[in-house]
Design a protein around this ligand. Structure first.
Ligand SMILES: NC(=O)c1ccc[n+]([C@@H]2O[C@H](COP(=O)([O-])OP(=O)(O)OC[C@H]3O[C@@H](n4cnc5c(N)ncnc54)[C@H](O)[C@@H]3O)[C@@H](O)[C@H]2O)c1
Length: 261
């Protein structure tokens, strides 16, 4: 097992990619602190863990990762329960309303940047303080996006937040390298989650479902299929493990070949 007894905070662990990472980490022997804004999402992930990884040690922590008070509380509860921290997965994120920048409400810009980028700062700060205090290194893996490498119209705040994660990763990796803390991010492409399906429905005013547009998406993916949360979880597991101990500051595409730089 790649993560035996490692203590991992996974933000957005209640659904989609975060649930996939939680399940894979549980199978690799990790002890989990799952953080999510929605208690109902956390409860669903707990039910999946009970069914598919029975006995996996985990706590459920409701909180908003863009709030410094909530972040301090959830990290405090994690350390109180497990006594240490080994891995942070910054996964929680949201889309933005699909409108051009000339019509983008200021609140939508602020919320997207706060949930997708400020949260990475707040959680990484809390994790790094714990890693440095306890000694022995640590792992930060953040979920950026292929939209952090290539711009997509109507997704401007989302793209800006994800590009921010890529450069945050590089700068922070250099800061904490002396403590043997590695900092990497992944850039998923088209991954089948409620966020993707909801985004397609919202963008089409409810007229289209994922299945309606899959035929137009697939030709742009060289490997010919949409990704799954498990596809992303594999790479995050590798980056969180000792197998990746000579990698830091990287932004790894998981896109079926859709993004190559
Ligand atoms: N699905 C894709 O195609 C895709 C592609 C590239 C990147 N991503 C990124 O992957 C990450 C996970 O996306 P997903 O598709 O699994 O989304 P999702 O909506 O299915 O799940 C996200 C989870 O994060 C939680 N969350 C949202 N805001 C939060 C907050 N403020 N505090 C705490 N929790 C919060 C939600 O309640 C939800 O449970 C996001 O950062 C997203 O931008 C997704």
């Amino acid at each position: 097992m790649l993560l035996q007894q490692r203590v991992a905070v996974i933000t957005g662990g209640g659904r989609g990619i975060g649930r996939g990472v939680s399940l894979r980490f549980a199978h690799e022997g990790a002890r989990l602190a799952l953080v999510d804004l929605e208690q109902a999402h956390l409860d669903e992930t707990a039910a999946v863990l009970a069914r598919e990884a029975p006995g996996a040690e985990h706590i459920l922590l409701q909180g908003d990762v863009s709030s410094s008070a909530d972040v301090q509380r959830v990290f405090g509860e994690t350390i109180a329960r497990f006594g240490r921290l080994d891995v942070l997965v910054n996964n929680a994120g949201i889309g933005n309303p699909p409108v051009p920048i000339v019509d983008m409400p200021e609140e939508a810009w602020d919320r997207t940047i706060a949930v997708n980028l400020k949260s990475v700062f707040l959680c990484s700060k809390a994790a790094a303080r714990q890693f440095i205090a306890q000694g022995g290194g640590g792992r930060v893996v953040s979920v950026a996006s292929q939209a952090g490498k290539t711009g997509y119209p109507m997704l401007t705040p989302y793209c800006a937040s994800k590009a921010g994660i890529v450069l945050f990763t590089q700068a922070f990796a250099k800061e904490v390298a002396a403590h043997q803390v590695t900092v990497n991010c992944v850039c998923p492409g088209t991954i089948d989650t409620p966020l993707l399906r909801g985004g397609i429905e919202t963008a089409s005013g409810g007229a289209l479902k994922f299945e309606d547009v899959a035929g137009t998406i697939l030709p742009s993916i060289p490997l010919g299929r949409v990704g799954s949360p498990a596809d992303v979880a594999k790479v995050i597991t590798f980056l969180a493990s000792d197998e990746a101990d000579y990698m830091t500051g990287q932004a790894i595409n998981i896109t079926g070949g859709q993004e190559m730089h």
